[in-house]
Ligand binder design. Structure first.
Ligand code: LLP
Length: 416
């Protein structure tokens, strides 16, 4: 059930009116719901129940420290891909021992910091990285817990830009080669093998690719056991899809039930790295109509939110629902392209939407809690939007709007 509902004709986040947030804080504006984040996290945690597990929220999908803190309070772990994300987790009160460090290009300095604070596991993506990690850990007198991210070569049947488990993708270690790399890991002094990891892609609406990947990972685990290498956990990555429009993805309950059934008696600790399925439908993006431009062939609503704020439509042709914050309007319904002020033809948040809108109206782009603010840029020297977290009938500014002068702070002109 969505926490974004119309109450007396006006769209709310929980018990807070979005129109009043737009009036108070201005637009464009990201608004998150604490209750939604909590419910989506608990869906995983409770479905796993007594099964040994760790749900590691994928920080890349929404890294605001208030979001991370809300989840940390529920016992969440975190999936990170950079030192920056690690520092956010620490600032938010997350426990380093519940962190998994993913990513193809970890730098030595990032490994040092992660070892110093004691992250739970490194998901190693190449042989070269494995060797470097062992060296870095040894030089600190430490041993790094590792799992290898294997690439099981399954087709996630999702958008090519967010499919990661195919042989052609840059991610992970070819599952055929994995036994040899594990054998190498077993000889290295600075690493300890604790798991196997895979992540095959994002926005998967069908669970069969996950199950195919699991089958291949289990075959690998058997092969490793025959080599004398025992693992403690399976990290199945993130990737469960959400409803943006009419998709009907499996729920975390259904997904986890299917995984448990496949595992049977093999009670490995399970790690998941969900991002989108926790954050997407916990946030909306508010934008105001600046101008209407009515042409013979096409009507444009020019809005104050743009591709620099929310790039998914421009980058992936992603469809996200767009709703007026106030349901009632005296304006006629027309078909619009909703375009931003950025000087690119690809700068749109929605196309061919039937809306009854007038200048000054506030619109909510739905499902914007994942890969929204985190992918925002300052293109066209536009400051990034503010972020608000709603908790019941209260609202908190969890990131201030960027000021224009801050955008060129740190730049300088040549002398003389
Ligand atoms: N773990 C790893 C290793 C990942 O690469 C990702 C996402 C996740 C977990 C979380 O996946 P999720 O549960 O959110 O699907 N910007 C794109 C999505 C990129 C996903 C990258 N990796 C979008 O806006 O659709």
């Amino acid at each position: 059930m969505s926490v974004f509902t119309y109450q007396q004709g006006s769209l709310h986040a929980e018990q807070t009116s979005l129109a009043s947030l737009a009036a108070q804080h201005g637009t464009p504006l990201y608004v998150y719901s604490r209750a939604a984040f909590e419910a989506h996290f608990k869906a995983y945690d409770e479905a796993l129940g007594e099964w040994p597990h760790q749900v590691c929220f994928s920080v890349k999908s929404n890294s605001n420290i208030a979001v991370l803190n809300v989840l940390a309070r529920l016992g969440a772990g975190f999936d990170i891909v950079s030192q920056g994300e690690l520092e956010r987790v620490l600032a938010a009160g997350g426990e380093p021992s519940k962190v998994v460090f993913s990513g193809v290009g970890k730098m030595a300095s990032e490994m040092v910091r992660a070892l110093e604070v004691g992250v739970g596991c490194f998901n190693v993506e190449s042989e070269a990285e494995l060797v470097r990690l062992s060296e870095v850990a040894s030089s600190l007198g430490k041993v790094a817990n590792i799992s290898l991210r294997v690439n099981p070569d399954v087709d996630a049947q999702t958008h090519p830009y967010i499919s990661t488990g195919l042989k052609d993708n840059k991610f992970g270690i070819d599952i055929q080669k994995a036994p040899a790399v594990y054998a190498l890991a077993a000889t290295l002094p600075g690493v300890k093998i604790v798991g196997v990891d895979c992540h095959i892609g994002s926005q998967l609406t069908d669970i069969s690719p996950f199950l195919d990947a699991l089958d291949r990972v289990l075959m690998l685990v058997d092969e490793l056991a025959a080599q004398g290498i025992e693992i403690e956990h399976l990290d199945l990555g993130g990737g469960l899809g959400v409803t943006y429009r009419a998709e009907t993805p499996a729920s975390p309950q259904q997904y986890i039930a299917a995984i448990k059934e496949r595992l049977g008696e093999r009670r490995f600790k399970l790690i998941f790295e969900p991002g989108r399925s926790i954050s997407a439908n916990a946030g909306v993006f508010l934008t105001r109509v600046e101008y209407l431009k009515l042409n013979e062939h096409k009507n444009f609503a020019i809005i104050d939110g743009a591709m620099n704020d929310l790039i998914r439509p421009a980058l992936y042709s992603a469809w996200q629902d767009i709703k007026p914050v106030n349901e009632q309007s005296s304006a006629p319904v027309r078909r619009y392209d909703l375009v931003g002020p950025v000087c690119e033809t690809g700068d749109f948040l929605g196309k061919d939407r039937d809306l009854a809108i007038a200048e000054g109206d506030v619109l909510a782009v739905m499902s914007a809690g994942a890969y929204g603010f985190v992918m925002a840029s300052n293109y066209n020297t536009r400051g990034r939007a503010a972020e608000i977290m709603v908790d019941g009938d209260q609202a908190f500014v969890v990131r201030e709007r960027e000021t224009l002068t801050s955008l060129f702070q740190g730049e300088s002109v040549l002398p003389g």
